[in-house]
Design a binder for this molecule. Structure first.
Ligand code: UFG
Length: 325
């Protein structure tokens, strides 16, 4: 019998790429997503339920009709800057609702979860590249939300025998063009789609801050292709299925690019100049985030294949032009 995976937030950017991979590997995929970020979901390979992932009736129905083998939880508010302005919404969605989901799993005897965490749990890292030994010091409510859930996962694992893998993503980017799975947030706040739209529509791209402690003064981030992220989830579940103990991993490409370097790279891919404006810092942003992903490589055998920056930008550019929503 096919194994069944419940994927809250599976219509989103990283969720849909992962859900597709799970389907390809022979799993039955059930997605619960309220399409909050303005995205659509027009794919036949998953059972799609448009609902809040904590809707009791919906969950009761899913759990009574299916034997859920594991949950991959993607549903979250994700904009670091917004979390500083609207912590209430972020705590409600990312913490309270996620705890409800964990309770529901415990009540229905579902023992495995792969959780979408973030490198934002570290705040300004003490050491770059950033390994899992860096102290937790999140500076945004978003980072604190993710850390709260990591603490809860640990407690639930100890008390209720839940097994979890928490993946601390760096910056997800790129698209799966063939399967029409790319970034579609509304409003969009992420650097790559905004840069590419500025180029495409001859609009201004705003650089948020040029006085960070980096070589050129702009923030440095680690961009990882969404297909590499998806693959890590598959390996995480396999690890739990093979009896691996609950664990957490940093998940990035291990290369850092400043905002100015990203602009140069995007202009090269699109063969067109971008209009830019220097603006104030965006609250919640840290100077540099570059992953040390050696733990996930060693323990899960994860090998990134798609995270070369030019390939990331090329697929993101194709997605921007051909996007079929
Ligand atoms: N940036 C700009 N101008 C823009 C948009 C972004 O200069 O118009 C800068 C930001 O200030 C930041 C960098 O580009 O320095 C990347 O910003 P993004 O908004 O693309 O991504 P974030 O790093 O803020 O956050 C993303 C996800 C989070 C995740 C984090 C991990 O949204 O969920 O990556 O680093 F936690």
């Amino acid at each position: 019998m096919k194994k069944t995976i419940l994927i809250p937030g599976g219509a989103g950017y990283i969720g849909s790429n992962t859900a597709y991979l799970m389907y390809k590997l022979g799993y039955k995929v059930i997605i619960v997503d309220n399409l909050f970020h303005g995205q659509s979901f027009n794919h036949s390979w998953a059972e799609f339920i448009k609902a809040d992932f904590t809707d009791n009736e919906v969950l009761k129905n899913i759990f009574s009709k299916n034997k859920i083998d594991a949950v991959m939880h993607f549903a979250a508010l994700i904009e670091v800057g917004e979390s500083v302005k609207r912590p209430r919404d972020f705590y409600n969605n990312n913490v309270i609702k996620t705890i409800k989901l964990l309770n529901c799993m415990v009540d229905h005897g579902v023992k495995k979860i792969v959780f979408s965490s973030s490198c934002a749990v570290y705040g300004n890292p003490v050491k770059i590249p950033l390994d899992e030994d860096n102290p937790y010091n999140p500076i945004s409510p978003y980072g604190k939300n993710k850390l709260c859930i990591e603490f809860a996962l640990k407690d639930y694992a100890d008390a209720y025998d839940l097994q979890y893998v928490s993946l601390r993503y760096f910056n997800a980017a790129g698209a799966n063009i063939k399967e029409r799975l790319g970034e579609q947030h509304n409003p969009e706040t992420h650097i790559i789609p905004l840069m590419l739209r500025a180029i495409k529509n001859n609009k201004i791209f705003k650089i948020f801050g040029t006085n960070y402690k980096t070589e050129d003064g702009t923030c440095v981030r680690d961009y990882i292709h969404v297909k590499d992220l998806a693959q890590a989830h598959v390996l995480a579940l396999k690890y739990l299925d093979n009896g691996g103990k609950s664990n957490f991993f940093n998940l990035g490409s291990e290369a850092g690019y400043s905002v100015k370097q990203m602009i140069q790279a995007a202009q090269k891919i699109c063969n067109k100049e971008m209009k830019i404006e220097i603006c104030d810092r965006r609250p919640g942003d840290v100077d540099i985030l570059i992953a040390d992903s050696s733990k996930i490589k060693k323990v899960l055998g994860w090998i990134p294949k798609y995270s070369d920056l030019d390939f990331i930008l090329q697929t993101a550019w194709e997605w921007e032009q051909k996007k079929i929503l």
